[in-house]
Design a protein around this ligand. Sequence first.
Ligand code: SF4
Length: 222
Amino acid sequence: MPRSYVHEARKRVGPKRARVRPIVERLAVEHADAAIALTFTSPLELLVSVMLSAQTTDVNVNRVTPALFAKYSRPQDYLAVPPEELERDIHSTGFFRQKAKSLRGTMKLLIEEFDGEVPRTIDELVRLPGVARKTANVVAAELGTPQGIVVDTHVRRLSQRLGFTKREDPVKIERDLMNLVPREDWGRFPHLLIWHGRRVCDARRPQCERCVINDLCPSSRV
Ligand code: SF4
């Protein structure tokens, strides 16, 4: 995109600080159902679901977890079976050896250091084997204590298109977003962008003509 065009587009929509709140509010109306797609009934089930969702779809994880959670309800249950049995039980989520290893390591640490409970802070969560910052962010946000902003492929693409960040690195994008998005919106912000990305702002064919924030978006094609 030529520089002058980008400059004009930015001028047309105004500064990002003034746009972020109306964008969140409009998307919240448009995607009132935006929420995590994983099915869980407890913090432990949430943590396991998010860990299993790496490199696969939420739908795939939701197919496996009803039987899994019926069999493994406490951290101890994951350690009470041979590793191969747990690998078989999560096989269809892919990367099952690594995931089983991470789950067992995580359960061990939960028992040893957290009384078997899922911790709430990012710093504690990232100590769990196989739990990276993105997983920790998702878990903390779903438990009602967001301490950062989840950045996945949709959040990255939309944040760039909306002129909220110029970065490529998820950690730097998250920092830009944390400086911009009001703290009370940190939990819902990624869900709104993810659902808008899936339904309207497609990677290859954004449907700008039917986008409710097209007058606030510097990348709008209408
Ligand atoms: S106006 Fe177009 S590019 Fe901007 S958010 Fe909407 S669909 Fe995406």
